[in-house]
Design a protein around this ligand. Structure first.
Ligand code: SF4
Length: 319
């Protein structure tokens, strides 16, 4: 499989705060990789590093490399990175209203991506917009193309944002919590549509989510982040059958099960530590029932586990 996105031991700081520490993950063509963790785990920062957008928030890569299709993004000019975004890397945000211009009709906002990145004339761009909207199962695409953003439901707006991300024919899509603001039924539909489009077109998708249920639904591999470090990475099937890191197991335990009584959803006690108050050793130790003295003083190095890696001194499954 051709690896499109490859992060190798990437560390990121903003000012004096070290926020990501040695993150490694890759996404190959035709593959869907979930990047999962609670708020504050570093998921969105990892996405910004992957898109070369850290300077926008005053961030910088302090170690490791980000490669897109074999090219070191750190060695590119700003113009080179800008050219990749939109054309070869599409981005889907969690809030469609930040991506849509409220005073421009829907169709024009999708057309412009194909005109800009593919150089299509207006009529061809519009034909492409309507085709994409139909593939995203938007009923009566021609009427929706003439609508204003405020006339559409949240689920419909998110489909338009996905159409915009696909309109430049990218090779890689990075989707940051693309369904968080939507109700559960619409969430499931959109994830399923996005998954089939990625597979049909042989694209690569990095799907950022806090929800292991979404990972189980559509991803091939999953990378679990905790407090800026990679806890576990591997094939979804293997990790769901036998997770090795206690944090991964806890996240899987948070997936609501059918028939579960209302209010019985299990959360993970405690909270992700703030960047300025990271505990020594394993950062998960204050929340971990398996924590030992070793965990409290020494950082667990990532080691091979099955077809992936785990960073834990006392993994739950054999390594
Ligand atoms: Fe728990 Fe120790 Fe593993 Fe950290 S290293 S997850 S504290 S068992």
């Amino acid at each position: 499989m051709t690896v499109l996105l490859d992060l190798s031991s990437v560390s990121v700081s903003i000012g004096s705060a070290a926020l990501l520490d040695g993150i490694s993950l890759s996404v190959a063509r035709g593959q869907i990789v979930g990047l999962v963790g609670e708020s504050g785990s570093g998921k969105s920062l990892t996405a910004m590093a992957a898109m070369g957008l850290l300077p926008l928030i005053g961030g910088r890569i302090t170690g490791g490399t980000v490669r897109f299709d074999g090219q070191n993004m750190g060695a590119m000019t700003d113009a080179g990175r800008r050219a990749l975004r939109g054309r070869r890397i599409g981005f889907v945000t969690q809030n469609p209203m930040t991506a849509l211009d409220p005073v421009q009709r829907i169709g024009e906002q999708v057309d412009v991506v194909a005109r800009l990145h593919l150089g299509l004339p207006q009529a061809a761009a519009r034909a492409r917009t309507l085709d994409l909207m139909t593939q995203l199962r938007i009923p009566d695409a021609a009427s929706v193309a003439e609508a204003w953003p405020h006339q559409l439901s949240g689920g419909m707006k998110q489909r338009i944002v996905i159409a915009m991300a696909l309109a430049g024919e990218p090779d890689l899509i990075i989707a940051d919590e693309p369904t968080t603001a939507l109700d559960v039924t619409v969430q499931a539909q959109i994830i399923q549509i996005l998954g089939s489009l990625v597979r049909d077109r042989g694209l690569a998708l990095l799907l950022i989510t806090h929800d292991m249920g979404v990972v189980a639904q559509v991803c091939d591999r999953v990378a679990v982040l905790y407090a800026g470090r990679l806890a576990e990475e591997g094939p979804v099937e293997g990790i769901f059958a036998e997770s090795a890191h206690p944090y991964t197991t806890a996240l899987i335990g948070c997936i609501p099960q059918e028939g579960m009584a209302r209010g019985s959803l299990r959360g993970i006690p405690g909270a992700v530590p703030a960047a300025f108050a990271m505990p020594p050793g394993c950062r998960f130790h204050p929340r971990c029932a398996r924590a030992s003295d070793l965990c409290r003083r020494s950082v667990p190095p990532p080691r091979s586990h099955g077809q992936g890696t785990v960073a834990c001194h006392h993994p739950e499954a054999g390594t």
